[in-house]
Design a protein around this ligand. Structure first.
Ligand code: RM4
Ligand code: MN
Ligand code: MN
Length: 431
């Protein structure tokens, strides 16, 4: 662990400089919302209750298959990563949990790790397994798949790894395992698509069998990549069918970047909710494919529409509705800490905007087949600038009115560049 952290004095000074303007903007917004029958303070409390998990792999600079351009003061190991996650939460107050990835985050003492995280005010969300890369000295290669591999020994190795992840997760206080596999094929005819799914299901059954009673397993689908002809768990339909076969503890995870362009993701969310199979999200944004861009940076309206479905489900009291919220991004040209802070804020924004949709007016317009009227109800919420509510939520929770400005003013990255001398890394850092 390193030394520098953003001081309470700096945070206070930065907030003090902005407090008067915020009070004015907040009061004006609360009055405007009040005219629409919305209690501004109640909305602020709802925003304060929202939390999203940070992926440990997100605090390091990402990369493409061409190159990785590391930034200064990058985290060198899990403890540095936790420190960065804590810094994000300290300023934004919306990221109280961390989602680790194994074996990337492997360490020798998980009880100690949990304690360190707790000292930072952080807990652990879903653990992610990795059977899409080979590790040094691994007996069987995943070049041709993992849980659906044609060779039983390779499958057994992938199953054992997932079971290990559950064991680690139990020590960390996690309650879910996320399984994303890269399995698929690059040539027509390369793989028997029916039998590959059978093998996947058989493997997953073994993993499911050892899940603790209060755990869930999230099945993450993805249209393509790294397999470019077919993927075993390619879409929400396959994911749903698999979750259904496995049982009630298996649910589907929606990574926003894992669909064909133009797919109606909010409708997928509504479908999964309907069948009690929405496990959670990997939030990010996308222009072309699994771009892992910052949440809300390309299609904020779609993000809002996803949250609109979530709030609708919550208010209907949809059965088994308890999605896990996680970010899954790759930061290539920004400071990851800044990107993650902004992404958490974009999620809070979409959440708050969805909360102020006038649901009875919307239902009335829908019942009257008033297509434009219904649409305008959504637009009215979406075009409301809820920024003062978000800033007030952060302030009341002890965070920063302006997290990115405060972070920059602190010189955190410069300090970390000194405290964390760069370590040689050969990998292109594909995530
Ligand atoms: C995949 C998928 C998984 C993530 C890996 C690194 O595309 O999104 O969730 O763990 O990338
Ligand atoms: Mn993902
Ligand atoms: Mn992905």
């Amino acid at each position: 662990m390193t030394d520098f952290s953003i001081s309470a004095d700096l945070l206070q000074a930065e907030n003090a400089a902005r407090k008067m303007a915020l009070d004015e903007d907040y009061a004006a917004l609360a009055r405007a919302l009040g005219r629409r029958g919305i209690d501004g303070d109640a909305l602020t409390r709802r925003v304060m209750a929202f939390g999203v998990a940070i992926p440990t792999w997100g605090v390091g600079t990402g990369g493409t298959r061409f190159a990785r351009f590391p930034g200064p003061g990058e985290p060198r190991h899990l403890f540095d990563k936790l420190e960065d996650c804590a810094t994000i939460h300290h300023l934004v107050r919306a990221t109280p949990t961390v989602s680790p990835h194994f074996p990337w985050d492997a360490t020798s003492d998980y009880a100690a790790l949990r304690e360190v995280a707790a000292k930072h005010g952080l807990a652990f969300d879903a653990v992610n397994s990795n059977t899409f890369q080979d590790q040094p000295n691994q007996e069987h290669s995943y070049k041709f798949g993992s849980l659906s591999h044609v060779e039983p020994a390779a499958r057994a190795q992938a199953i054992a790894h997932n079971i290990d992840c559950i064991a680690i997760g139990r020590q960390l206080g996690s309650k879910a395992l996320t399984v994303w596999i890269a399995d698929g094929s690059n040539f027509a005819g390369q793989s028997n698509m029916a039998l590959a799914l059978d093998r996947y299901l058989d493997s997953m059954r073994e993993i499911y069998a050892v899940l603790p009673a209060d755990w869930r397993v999230f099945l993450e689908h993805k249209l393509y990549e790294p397999a470019f002809y077919s993927s075993v768990i390619s879409d929400w339909g396959t994911s749903f069918a698999a979750a259904q076969e496995l049982g009630p503890k298996a649910q589907c995870l929606v990574d926003l970047g894992h669909h064909a362009p133009n797919v109606n993701i909010e409708q997928i969310v509504a479908r999964l909710v309907r069948f009690g199979k929405l496990g959670g999200f990997h939030f990010n944004d996308s222009k072309y494919g699994d771009d892992d861009l910052d949440t809300g940076s390309v299609e904020p309206f779609r993000l809002f529409l996803v949250f609109n479905e979530l709030i609708d489900a919550r208010m209907r009291g949809a059965e088994g509705f308890a999605p896990a919220y996680m970010l899954d991004q790759s930061h290539n040209v920004t400071d990851p800490i800044e990107s993650l802070m902004q992404s958490a804020i974009e999620l809070q924004r979409a959440h708050a905007q969805a909360l102020i949709v006038d649901r009875s007016a919307l239902a009335a317009a829908q019942a009257a087949n008033d297509a434009l009227g219904a649409h305008l109800e959504l637009k009215r919420a979406y075009t409301t600038d809820v920024s003062p509510i978000l800033a007030m939520a952060r302030l009341r929770a002890g965070g920063a009115i302006a997290p990115i400005e405060t972070y920059r003013a602190s010189g955190y990255r410069k300090h970390k560049a000194k405290e964390r001398p760069p370590v040689a890394r050969t990998s292109a850092g594909i995530v």
